[in-house]
Write a protein that binds this ligand. Structure first.
Ligand code: PHB
Length: 395
């Protein structure tokens, strides 16, 4: 029951792929332009993710040049509307017709999973810049992830909350892969620390109406509500939380940083002040590199503030560029993949590592509180867990 929507997506993909996969020899080009097929939701409910990642990828190219190891780098952006059937078709067209060297992007988990068998079959690296269900990296040995995982950030909240007076919680998550991960890993850690999860609520991914769920939370009167919804849906949760007076009823809002997304946070209003979240990136991260990144991003995009999706896209481009350099400009998929594994570098989020075994990202996870700085709302970091591996892998 719990995993049904997730399996539905996977099942659809598997049937449709059986025929496609057989006709995919390795065909990436070894000369001419080096092509990156960037598949993103540019329209629909997840469009802010596409907008952020495309802007970040273009910024990376503007800052680092569009010729690497003698090869011109070409970015081909395609809109999959976060719909797995479309993702799969676009990935196939990019691999077969455009002969791309890398596929990248993937705004949601079902999209990343739909493309995975094609990456395996064609031996084309798949750089997942957004989607964050733990199991994604296991769907293909050609997947490398530059975003994060929900277990990585949810466990940190399961430790923080009980130490800060929160003994009872209701969880509210989007009902698919990353939501299920957030619910499971938060709940397990919170319970281990003596906390009690009194109810677990799941809202549909498509066109969610949070109101009836929040009414249930109000009636249950927990110390706090723990939320995961994907980037772009956080403002609606915040609005409904305040409109239903949950804050006035003494219920705290705690969440993964997807809810206080930098793309929307400044428009959420003063009601968001004080909300504590755990995540791997804040536009307010106080490093010199991040200050430069935020300034350049805002300048290139009419003041748009970069969010965690932008950083996933920016670092994903770095991983591709450095692998291309290290292979001396060869477009060979296996050689590129080998040079993506084990990269260590300073990201605008802090120090990161691409774990050579899991191909997943190891990174710092921050405790943050919404505060006003220079008249604007930011997630201000107040504590950090260093070098966190995805806890979802330790099965
Ligand atoms: C996902 O679908 O994996 C996903 C999307 C948006 C997020 C986090 C995870 O903010």
């Amino acid at each position: 029951m719990q995993r049904r929507p997730f399996l539905q997506f996977a099942g659809l993909g598997a049937i449709a792929l059986a025929s496609a996969a057989a006709s995919l020899p390795a065909m990436a080009q070894a000369s001419g332009p080096f092509k990156i097929g960037l598949i993103l939701p540019m329209t629909g409910q997840q469009a802010s993710t596409g907008r952020q990642i495309e802007a970040a990828a273009r910024l990376y190219m503007a800052q680092n040049g569009d010729t690497v190891a003698g090869r011109k780098v070409e970015l081909i952006v395609k809109d999959d509307v976060a719909t797995p059937d479309v993702t799969k078709r676009l990935a196939q067209e990019l691999i077969v017709n455009d002969k791309v060297n890398v596929i990248a992007g993937f705004g949601v988990t079902p999209a990343a999973l739909a493309a995975a068998p094609l990456a395996t079959q064609a031996k084309v690296p798949q750089v997942v810049m957004a989607a964050a269900t733990s199991s994604i990296t296991e769907a293909s040995p050609f997947i490398v992830r530059s975003s994060f995982t929900l277990p990585q950030v949810s466990v940190a909240m399961g430790d923080w909350a009980p130490k800060n007076g929160i003994k009872s919680v209701v969880t509210l998550v989007a009902d698919y892969g990353p939501g299920n991960d957030a619910e499971k890993f938060f709940t397990e850690r919170f319970a281990l620390n003596g906390g009690k999860v009194v109810d677990k609520l799941r809202v549909p991914l498509r066109n969610p109406d949070f109101a009836p769920f929040l009414q249930k939370v109000r009636d249950a009167k927990p110390d706090a509500l723990f939320v995961f919804v994907p980037s772009g849906a956080g403002a609606a949760v915040m609005k409904q939380f305040l409109e239903r007076g949950l804050d006035k009823a003494g219920i705290k809002l705690i969440a993964t940083g997807d809810v206080t997304d930098d793309d929307q946070l400044n428009d959420m209003g003063e009601g968001a002040l004080g909300v504590v979240t755990t995540h791997h990136y804040s536009a307010a991260h106080p490093s010199a590199l991040n200050k430069k990144f935020v300034e350049a991003f805002e300048k290139a995009n009419k003041g748009m503030r970069p969010n965690f999706m932008a950083v996933g896209g920016y670092d994903g481009m770095r991983i591709i560029y450095e692998a291309l350099k290290a292979t001396g400009g060869k477009g060979d998929g296996q050689a590129l993949l080998d040079k993506m594994k084990g990269q260590v570098f300073e990201s605008p989020r802090g120090q990161v590592l691409i774990d050579a075994q899991t191909r997943d990202i190891v990174q710092d996870v921050y405790l943050r509180k919404v505060e006003k700085k220079d008249g604007k709302l930011y997630n201000v970091e107040f504590d950090v867990l260093k070098a966190v591996k995805d806890p979802g892998k330790a099965k």
